[in-house]
Design a protein around this ligand. Structure first.
Ligand SMILES: C[S@@+](CC[C@H](N)C(=O)[O-])C[C@H]1O[C@@H](n2cnc3c(N)ncnc32)[C@H](O)[C@@H]1O
Length: 501
C-alpha cells in the first residue's frame, strides 16, 4: 500500500512535470504554457475569484475537462496520508491505544490530552505557535514516557519557546541547538527572564552541517547531554527582570564538545554562550540505559536541516526517538544523492529516467539601490521596465538560476561606460519587449498556474515525507510513522515524522 501510494505520486508528478519542475522566473523563457493542455487553458481562463481560490483546495467545476478534474482529484487523494503510514496499531499506536487519526483533517488524538502552558510562557506566542507547542508537548511527553528518556535535544530551536515549555511542564532536561546566534541568545534570555538560569535547560549556538563531523559531534553531544544532572534549578516563581545568578554546575557549551565545527561567521557567536565547568564528553556504547537516552526534536526544521536531523537519529544510539516537523522544502539543496543521504532506494529507482537537469544560462536581477521604490502596480510594460533598469542590475546566472559568482568585472554594469550600458540595456529591453508580446496572451493563466502548483504542493511534500519514512525503514527502523499532529486550519504544514528506536 505504502509502495502503491509512492508509485502513484511519482506517476502523477512525472505526468505534471511542466507544472512544477523549473524556477517560476522561467515560466515564459521555457514556454511553460505551451505544455498546458489546450482544454485546460480554455477552462482556466477568466475564472471567477471564488473558483480561482478553490484551485489550491482541488475544488473542481462540472464543466471542466475530465483530465483536469482527474488531475485535481488525484492531488486531493494523494495529499492525504494513507492509514498504513500512520502509527501501527499492534498493541496500539505509540501511546498504546488504537485511537490514532492519521489521515483526518484535524489534529491527532494527542490534542485531546493537551497539557496546559503556564500563562507566563504564552506571552508573545501567536495562536499558531501556542497550538503547535501545546500539541507537541503531549507527543514529546509520550515519547519520553515510552522510551524512559529524560532528555530532549531540540535541533534548530529558534527562540526556544517550546524548550522552555518542555522543561517547565515535562521537567525534562533540554538542550536547544540553534545555528543563529541571535536567536540562541534570545532563547536564553527568554528562559532566564522567566525562571532564572537553570541547569536543566541549555541553549547552544551550533550550525549543523551535512557531514560526518557533524554526526560525530552530535553523537558526543547527546552522550554528554544524557549524563547531565537533571535536577531543575529554575526559580519556582516566574521572575521578571534580570537573570538569576544561579549558574549551572555542569552543562553544555560549544567549547566542551570535542573538536570544533567550521561555522559560517553569520551563524557563530563571537563569544561562548555560557561558561561551564565540565569539559569531559563521553561516548555512548552499544547498550544504553533508558535514562541515558534522549528524544530528538525538530520543529519546523527547515530545508536541509531535516535530513541532517534524520541522519543524527540514524547514527546516534542514544537518541531514543524522533519527533520531526519539516518546512521550507523548496529550499532543500538539489544535488546528486550521496551514499548516506536520507533518500530511500525506492525514490532513487522511481526517479531514474526522469531528466530535469536541462541547463539554461540566463540573467537575474540584483537590487541596486537600497531604498528602491516598490510599486504594486504599473501602468504599462515600459513603466515596469523603467523601474527595473533604474533599480536593479542584471547578472548572469547559471543553469540552476543562481547568479554566477565569476561574472567578469568588465561585464558588471558598475564597470561599464554609459554607451556600453545603453547598448546592453537596449538589447535587454528589446528582448523583454519580444518576450512580453509573445506571451502576454498567457498572462490570465499565471494565477491559475499558481493555483495548480499549490494543489500539487502537499503531494510533493508527502512524497518527501514518505521517502524519509521509507529511508528509515530501509535503515532497519521498524517503528516509524507519519502523523497529522496539528489542526490544519491553524498550522497547515502539520505532518510529523515520528520514530522510536
Ligand atoms: C523555522 S525555524 C524554527 C525554530 C523553532 N524550532 C520553532 O519552531 O519556533 C528553523 C530554525 O532552524 C535553524 N537552523 C536552520 N538550519 C540549521 C542548522 N543547519 N543548524 C542549526 N540550526 C539551524 C534556523 O536558524 C531557525 O532558527
Amino acid at each position: 500500500m505504502e509502495n502503491k501510494v509512492f508509485e502513484d505520486i511519482v506517476h502523477l508528478l512525472q505526468g505534471a512535470d511542466w507544472l512544477y519542475n523549473y524556477p517560476m522566473t522561467q515560466v515564459f523563457t521555457r514556454n511553460i504554457f505551451t505544455h498546458m493542455p489546450v482544454e485546460w487553458q480554455k477552462a482556466l481562463t477568466d475564472l471567477p475569484l471564488d473558483v480561482l481560490n478553490g484551485l489550491p483546495q482541488c475544488l473542481t467545476q462540472d464543466q471542466w475537462p475530465s483530465s483536469l478534474k482527474v488531475f485535481l482529484q488525484e492531488c486531493q487523494r494523494l495529499s492525504c496520508l494513507s492509514p498504513d503510514l500512520g502509527p501501527q496499531t499492534s498493541g496500539g499506536s505509540r501511546r498504546g491505544s488504537s485511537s490514532s487519526n492519521v489521515s483526518g483533517s484535524s489534529s491527532s488524538s494527542s490534542s485531546s490530552s493537551n497539557l496546559q502552558i503556564p500563562q507566563e510562557l504564552t506571552y508573545g506566542l501567536t495562536v499558531k505557535k501556542k497550538h503547535e507547542i501545546t500539541t507537541l508537548l503531549s507527543i514529546v511527553k509520550e515519547m519520553l514516557d515510552l522510551t524512559g528518556s529524560k532528555h530532549i535535544l531540540d535541533i534548530g530551536s529558534g527562540k526556544g519557546y517550546i524548550d522552555s515549555c518542555i522543561h517547565r511542564i515535562l521537567h525534562a532536561q533540554v538542550l536547544g541547538v540553534e545555528g543563529n546566534c541571535k536567536l540562541m541568545r534570545s532563547a536564553e534570555k527568554h528562559h532566564w527572564k522567566l525562571y532564572g538560569r537553570c541547569r536543566g535547560i541549555t541553549f547552544l549556538n551550533w550550525y549543523l552541517s551535512d557531514n560526518t563531523e557533524t554526526l560525530c559531534r552530535a553523537e558526543q553531544l547527546v552522550s554528554y547531554l544524557t549524563e547531565l544532572d537533571t535536577t531543575c534549578s529554575c526559580q519556582t516563581s516566574p521572575k521578571r527582570g534580570t537573570s538569576s545568578a544561579k549558574v549551572a554546575s555542569k552543562t553544555v557549551s560549544s567549547s566542551n564538545i570535542d573538536g570544533r565545527e567550521s561555522k559560517s561567521s553569520n551563524h557563530e557567536c563571537s563569544d561562548s554562550p555560557d561558561s561551564f565547568t565540565d569539559s569531559e564528553s563521553s561516548m555512548g556504547n552499544g547498550s544504553v540505559c533508558s535514562e541515558n537516552r534522549c528524544v530528538l526534536l525538530g520543529l519546523h526544521a527547515c530545508a536541509d536541516l531535516s535530513p541532517i536531523i534524520i541522519k543524527v537519529f540514524r547514527d546516534c544510539v542514544q537518541a531514543s526517538s524522533l519527533v520531526l516537523l519539516s518546512c521550507c522544502y523548496h529550499k532543500m539543496s538539489l544535488r546528486p544523492k550521496a551514499a548516506d543521504d536520507p533518500a530511500s532506494d525506492k525514490q532513487e529507482s522511481q526517479c531514474k529516467g526522469s531528466d530535469d537537469t536541462e541547463g539554461h544560462e540566463g540573467l537575474t536581477l540584483r537590487k541596486l539601490r537600497r531604498r528602491c521604490v516598490r510599486k504594486s502596480g504599473f501602468e504599462d510594460f515600459s513603466e515596469y521596465k523603467r523601474n527595473i533598469f533604474d533599480n536593479y542590475e542584471f547578472q548572469k546566472t547559471g543553469s540552476d538560476g543562481t547568479p554566477m559568482e565569476s561574472v567578469p568585472n568588465s561585464e558588471s554594469t558598475l564597470n561599464m561606460n554609459e554607451d556600453k550600458i545603453l547598448e546592453r540595456n537596449t538589447h535587454i529591453s528589446a528582448t523583454l519587449d519580444t518576450c512580453f508580446e509573445n506571451h502576454k496572451h498567457y498572462f490570465p493563466l499565471i494565477e491559475p498556474l499558481t493555483g495548480l502548483q499549490l494543489a500539487l504542493q502537499p503531494v510533493i511534500e508527502i512524497l518527501v515525507q514518505m521517502d524519509r519514512l521509507i529511508y528509515l525503514k530501509e535503515c532497519g527502523f521498524s517503528r516509524v510513522w507519519l502523523e497529522k499532529v496539528f489542526d490544519a486550519e491553524v498550522s497547515p504544514r502539520n505532518i510529523a515524522l515520528l520514530a522510536v528506536r
